[in-house]
Design a protein. Structure first.
Length: 713
C-alpha cells in the first residue's frame, strides 16, 4: 500500500523533514485519527470554475484510461497534538485538497470510503483555523443529502459573504462532475467505481516539516520559489542537439529557428510583442516597412517579421546551459507589463501538440495523437523516427511559428477590457502605427470579430480545458487556406470565412450523431473536403435532443449554442424585446456557466395540465415537464443561488432589476421573462404567469427555428 511509512515516524516528526507518497485510503487507515487544518495565513478557497473543471476532467480521464495511480501534486504538512488529537496544518496544496474534500462529500452517496474520508465521527476532517463560520458550515454539510444522479439542483443557504467561495466551489464541483456524468453516460455503478478510484489511486506526495519552524515563512518561500524545467524546454534542447549535427545548417539558420521557438512559447503575449521582446531591436527593425501602411494585410508571418535580417548582428540566442538553468537574458529585457492584459486559452505544450497533429495531417501521417501535455516528450523521439531528421525538425518549427501567427490572428484569448480587469474571450485585431517616425503596435477589439469570438467561445467552454481539439481542425484549415491554397482576401473577409468554418465545425461535432469516435479522432480530418460534400448537422437529431425532459442532465452545450444563435439572429426578436433590453443583447458575451436553473421551480406544482403530460407518456413513464428545455436557463452558480425556488414572476422582477444595472443573465432568460408578462387569450395565457404552454412555445417558436435556419449555412 502506498503511503506513509509509519504514522508516528512521519507525522509526529520533531526534527528534520520527511517525505512520502500517500492516498486517501492510507490517510484514514492510520492508527491515529487525523484532522487537517488550513492555517490562518492561507487564503480561503479561491478556485473558480476553470480550475475546478480542469481538475475533475483530469481525474475522470485518468479513471477512464485505467491508470493505476494518478499523481495530483505535492502537499506540505506540519503536525501538532491538540486535545489529544493529531492535527495537521496543510501548508501547501490547499486548493487541490479542499477541492478533493468537497468532491468526496458530493460522491459520499456512492462511496462509503469517501464519506469516511470527508467526516470522522460526524465531524469534518478538514477545517480552517480561526474561521468559525466556515467550520460551522462544513459541519452542516454532513447532514446534507446529495444525489448527483437526480435531475435536481443542490441549493445551500448562503447568508454570509464569507461562505461564498466555499459554496460557489461546492456548486461548481457538483456541476462540473455532472457534466462528466452526462458526457460518459455514467450510472450508479460508474460513480461507485469512480469513488473507489479517487480513494485508492489518487496519489499525493506529502512532505512534513517540524511544526516549530516558521510555517508562514515556509509558505511564502514555496510561493516565490523557482520553477522546474518544463517538458517543452527539454524538447527544445533535444531538437537543438539534432540541428547542430547537420552540416548544411548554418548557425544563422539555427538561430532563426530558436527565435521562432522562443517567440512562439510566450503564449500570454501576442506574437508581434513576443518577437519584439525576444530581440534588442526597435519596432522598425523587427517588422517589415510595408506593414506600417494602414491598409496592409497578409495571412503569412514572413510578410511581417524580419527575423533573418536582424539576427546576424543581434545577440546570440540563449545557449543550452542557460535554457536548462531557466535563466532569462537580461540584454533583451523589455517592459511588457502594460501589454500583459491577455491570456491564452492554451499553453505552449498544447500548441506544440496541436502543431504535431496538423503536421501529421499535412504529411499524411495517420496518427491522431492525443493532446496530452504531461506526456509531451513521448510524442517526439529524436533518436529514431520522424524527428531524428533535422529536415523534419526545421519543417516542424517553421510550422509551429506559422500556426502561432494564425492562432493570434484568428483565435480567442482571455482579454482584460476595463479597469476592473474583467476578462472576456475576444479576438483582437492588430494595428501598426507610424506617426512622425514613432512606431507602435497595439491590439484592439473590433465588432466585426465578435461573431467569430462568440462561436469559438462555445467550443472552448464545452470542450476539455487541456485538449481543445477543435483547434487542430481550425489551425489546419487556416494553414491549408492561406499557405497551401494561397487564398488572398481582406482581413474582414478572412474573419467571415473563418466564422463560417467554425460554425460548420461546431455543427459537425455536436449537432449530429457521431458514433464511437473520440474527439481526438473526430477533429483529425480535412474538413474543407468534408464540408464541400455534405451538410454539417442533423435537424432531426437536434429536435430530438432539445425535446428530451433532461432537466439538469441536459448537455450544457445546448445552452451555450442557443445563446449564440439567439445573438446571431437577434434581429428576429427585435420587435418583442424592449429597446433598452435589446441594446444589452448586442453587448452580450458567452462565458463559463455551469448551473441549470428551472424558471418554474422544481419544488412547486401546477406548471402543466394533465393533457400536457400525455404528449410524453408514450416515451416517459412519469414525465416531469418542468425538466423541459423551454423551462431551463444556464446561469452562474451565484445567479442560480439568487433565484433558488422563487416563483417565475418574482424571478422576473429580480431579472428586471439587473437590467437597470445594464446586466443580463442570458438571452434565453430575456425571451422567457418577456413571455412571462405576455397575455394571449387564444392560447389561454395570462400575464405574470409561466407554464408549460409558454415553455413549449419558447422552444418551438423561438429556439428550434434558429437551429433549422443555422443548418442551412
Amino acid at each position: 500500500m502506498i503511503g506513509f511509512k509509519k504514522i508516528k515516524e512521519v507525522i509526529q516528526v520533531e526534527d528534520g523533514i520527511t517525505s512520502n507518497y500517500f492516498s486517501l485510503e492510507t490517510l484514514i487507515h492510520f492508527s491515529e485519527t487525523i484532522h487537517l487544518q488550513i492555517p490562518l495565513y492561507q487564503r480561503l478557497y479561491v478556485w473558480g470554475v476553470e480550475e475546478i473543471k480542469l481538475f475533475i476532467e483530469d481525474i475522470s480521464e485518468a479513471f477512464l484510461e485505467n491508470n493505476g495511480s494518478y499523481y495530483i501534486g505535492n502537499m506540505m504538512f506540519a503536525s501538532k497534538i491538540t486535545d489529544d488529537k493529531l492535527v495537521i496544518d496543510l501548508i501547501d496544496g490547499q486548493q487541490r485538497f479542499t477541492t478533493l474534500w468537497l468532491l468526496s462529500i458530493i460522491l459520499g452517496q456512492y462511496s462509503n470510503d469517501l464519506a469516511k474520508f470527508a467526516f470522522v465521527n460526524d465531524r469534518p476532517r478538514l477545517s480552517f483555523s480561526s474561521r468559525d463560520k466556515v467550520n460551522e458550515y462544513f459541519a452542516l454539510l454532513g447532514n446534507q443529502t446529495i444525489d448527483i444522479l437526480k435531475k435536481e439542483n443542490i441549493h445551500f443557504d448562503d447568508h454570509d459573504e464569507s461562505l461564498e467561495p466555499i459554496i460557489g466551489g461546492m456548486l461548481n464541483i457538483f456541476n462540473s462532475l455532472k457534466e462528466v456524468i452526462i458526457k460518459y453516460g455514467w450510472k450508479e455503478d460508474n460513480l461507485e467505481d469512480f469513488g473507489s478510484y479517487i480513494y485508492q489511486n489518487l496519489i499525493m506526495v506529502q512532505t512534513t516539516v517540524p511544526s516549530k519552524n516558521n510555517l508562514n515563512q515556509i509558505f511564502e518561500s514555496l510561493n516565490s520559489g523557482g520553477k522546474q524545467l518544463e517538458n517543452h524546454q527539454i524538447l527544445k534542447s533535444r531538437f537543438l542537439s539534432v540541428l547542430r549535427k547537420k552540416e548544411n545548417l548554418s548557425n544563422a539558420d539555427i538561430d532563426v529557428l530558436v527565435y521562432k521557438w522562443d517567440a512562439s512559447s510566450k503564449m500570454n503575449l501576442y506574437l508581434e510583442r513576443s518577437v519584439y521582446s525576444t530581440t534588442a531591436e526597435k519596432w522598425e527593425k523587427v517588422l517589415h516597412s510595408q506593414i506600417w501602411n494602414s491598409g496592409f494585410h497578409s495571412n503569412h508571418s514572413d510578410a511581417y517579421f524580419l527575423l533573418n535580417n536582424y539576427i546576424a548582428n543581434d545577440r546570440k540566442p540563449i545557449d543550452l546551459l542557460s535554457i536548462l538553468e531557466n535563466e532569462p537574458d537580461a540584454s533583451v529585457s523589455k517592459n511588457n507589463s502594460q501589454h500583459e492584459n491577455s491570456r491564452s486559452i492554451i499553453g505552449f505544450p498544447q500548441l506544440i501538440l496541436h502543431t504535431l497533429r496538423v503536421y501529421n495531417l499535412l504529411y499524411n501521417i495517420n496518427d491522431p495523437i492525443q493532446v496530452d501535455s504531461k506526456n509531451l516528450l513521448r510524442f517526439f523521439s529524436t533518436d529514431k523516427g520522424e524527428f531524428s531528421s533535422s529536415e523534419n525538425i526545421v519543417k516542424f518549427i517553421n510550422l509551429l511559428f506559422e500556426l502561432r501567427f494564425l492562432f493570434d490572428k484568428f483565435v480567442i484569448k482571455w482579454t482584460s477590457e476595463d479597469e476592473d480587469n474583467q476578462e472576456s474571450l475576444l479576438i483582437n485585431k492588430v494595428y501598426y502605427n507610424n506617426s512622425d517616425k514613432s512606431y507602435s503596435v497595439k491590439r484592439e477589439f473590433t465588432e466585426s470579430n465578435k461573431q467569430l469570438s462568440l462561436i469559438q467561445s462555445v467550443l472552448y467552454i464545452v470542450q476539455e480545458s487541456k485538449t481543445q481539439y477543435w483547434l487542430t481542425s481550425f489551425l489546419y484549415y487556416l494553414y491549408d487556406r492561406y499557405n497551401h491554397q494561397n487564398v488572398l482576401e481582406s482581413y474582414e473577409d478572412s474573419i467571415i470565412s473563418s466564422t463560417l468554418f467554425i460554425e460548420k465545425l461546431d455543427n459537425y461535432f455536436y449537432c449530429q450523431k457521431n458514433d464511437d469516435q473520440s474527439m481526438s479522432q473526430l477533429s483529425f480530418k480535412n474538413f474543407k473536403t468534408i464540408f464541400e460534400k455534405e451538410v454539417s448537422g442533423d435537424f432531426n437529431f437536434i429536435h430530438q435532443e432539445l425535446n428530451l425532459l433532461n432537466g439538469t442532465f441536459f448537455f450544457r452545450y445546448w445552452f451555450h449554442k442557443t445563446e449564440y444563435l439567439i445573438w446571431k439572429y437577434r434581429d428576429e426578436f427585435k420587435a418583442i424585446i424592449p429597446e433598452a433590453e435589446y441594446q444589452l443583447w448586442n453587448k452580450y458575451k458567452i462565458t463559463f456557466k455551469t448551473s441549470i436553473e428551472h424558471i418554474f421551480p422544481q419544488s412547486k406544482d401546477h406548471f402543466e395540465e394533465d393533457a400536457d403530460r400525455v404528449l410524453y407518456q408514450k416515451s416517459v413513464e412519469t414525465p416531469i415537464l418542468k425538466d423541459h428545455f423551454g423551462n431551463l436557463v444556464l446561469l452562474t452558480v451565484s445567479e442560480n443561488s439568487e433565484y433558488s425556488a422563487l416563483m417565475p414572476e418574482v424571478k422576473k422582477d429580480k431579472y428586471r432589476a439587473k437590467l437597470e444595472n445594464n446586466y443580463i443573465d442570458s438571452l434565453k432568460s430575456s425571451l422567457i421573462f418577456n413571455l412571462v408578462v405576455t397575455e394571449d387569450i387564444d392560447r389561454k395565457w395570462i400575464k405574470e404567469d409561466w407554464n408549460f404552454s409558454k415553455a413549449q412555445y419558447h422552444l418551438e417558436h423561438h429556439i428550434i427555428p434558429l437551429y433549422e435556419k443555422h443548418l442551412k449555412l
